[in-house]
Design a protein. Structure first.
Length: 84
């Protein structure tokens, strides 16, 4: 992965895009710190598909809630009167 200072990436954006399309992600830095990565759309979509495939379903998240047998403490708050 090649690092580009932001100003250089602006001045040579076509080169940044061409390198990313060739399969080499390009990292752009701002004030010496990594800021963004430019990569080809195909690679981005591949990574998104992997992320979606590994994401738990809602049911899995619910079943993952710890069940230690304790109950939650309920607050005794009087109900509000509806404004009609």
């Amino acid at each position: 992965m090649t690092d580009w200072p932001l100003q250089d990436a602006k001045n040579r954006f076509s080169a940044v895009v061409d390198a990313a399309l060739a399969g080499d992600p390009q990292r752009v830095t701002r004030r010496g710190r990594p800021a963004v990565v430019v990569l080809a759309v195909d690679e981005y979509e591949r990574l998104r598909d992997i992320e979606k495939a590994n994401a738990p379903t809602f049911a899995e998240l619910l079943l993952d809630i710890p069940s230690d047998g304790r109950e939650f403490e309920r607050l005794s708050v009087p109900p509000r009167s509806p404004d009609l």
